[in-house]
Design a protein around this ligand. Structure first.
Ligand code: SF4
Ligand code: SF4
Length: 298
């Protein structure tokens, strides 16, 4: 782990068993632009015009205001289509949420191309980062220096790469160069079938790679989403997760009611989904760091 578990860490992460009323929200607003241009980007990247950015900012500020007003424990993972931290409103929302006593964790998926100064204003017991390294978009030395800077600041963060063959050497090098306590995860590349030999290469870098290697059969299986974990978009529309389109209500008009429901999809192949699928047992593996993807013991 990046730093010792604080008093806020552990109770969050047992599906509310030790923290009654706790809700985890995966928030994804309209923002879809990114300062990188990865060839494997799974999202339909766009240039956000002024109006789109204004919409995203308004939506995020509305969500942050709603979160601030809750009387129950909350954890938030921002999962933008594009890069959030190059926008001031994401940095500000993360700082503000990190200081609220009922917010157990606020984290974001990011390429962390932004400057790190703003982190000095945050409560680092609550804020965390899910950082992805994109070889080809940033010089290796620059990225490594950024990670070392984060570690020096005492920021909780994981680092990861997409498991494409052309990333293997860079991933090995990064694993060797990162502080040992920083977890380096590897995501199986979408649509890529790994031979046992290839999978072994990646597993030597990330011992948890086997969870990512093949999609999880999830149909009819218990999954915490829709109950203690939800996905929310910029309009406040609630879905159980980012992968099941059925609408469960709206966050702002009180029409969402949490309810345990089995997964309706055949497969779940994304970490931000299957980490909540009970059969994976990943709440124990990542206890204390589910949203920022930091295992309990690295
Ligand atoms: S950093 Fe992420 S969002 Fe941006 S282009 Fe790369 S994969 Fe897409
Ligand atoms: S298992 Fe995955 S796809 Fe199914 S409900 Fe849970 S997060 Fe969604």
């Amino acid at each position: 782990m990046n730093k010792p578990a604080s008093g806020r860490d552990l109770p969050v992460l047992r599906a509310g068993e030790q923290d009654p009323g706790h809700l985890t929200i995966l928030y994804r607003g309209p923002l879809s632009s990114c300062d990188y241009d990865c060839p494997y980007c799974p999202f339909a990247k766009r240039r956000d015009g002024t109006e789109q950015l204004r919409r995203d900012r308004t939506a995020l500020e509305r969500f942050a205001g709603w979160a601030a007003g809750r009387d129950h424990p909350l954890s938030v993972l921002f999962t933008p289509w594009g890069e959030g931290l190059v926008r001031s409103w994401y940095r500000r929302a993360m700082v503000e949420l990190s200081h609220l006593p009922h917010v157990r964790r606020v984290a974001i998926q990011t390429n962390f191309s932004c400057r790190p100064d703003w982190l000095a204003e945050a409560d680092l017991d609550t804020l965390a980062l899910w950082v992805t390294y994109h070889p080809g978009q940033v010089a290796y030395g620059r990225f490594l220096a950024r990670c070392r800077d984060l570690a020096g600041r005492g920021v909780r963060f994981s680092v990861g790469v997409v498991g494409l063959p052309e990333h293997l050497e860079q991933a090995r090098r990064l694993r060797d160069d990162l502080p040992a306590e920083v977890y380096l995860w590897v995501n199986a590349a979408e649509g890529h079938l790994y031979t046992d030999e290839e999978a072994a290469d990646w597993t030597r870098i990330d011992r948890l790679f086997p969870y990512s290697r093949t999609p999880h059969r999830s149909a009819g299986r218990p999954c915490r989403t829709g109950d203690t974990v939800i996905s929310v978009d910029g309009e406040g529309t609630v879905r159980r997760c980012h992968f099941v389109p059925a609408v469960l209500g709206n966050l702002y008009d009180g029409t969402f009611r949490p309810e345990a429901r089995p997964c309706p999809a055949a497969l779940c192949d994304c970490h931000i989904g299957y980490v909540h699928l009970e059969q994976t047992g990943l709440y124990d593996v990542f206890a204390g760091g589910i949203l920022e993807r930091i295992p309990h013991l690295t």
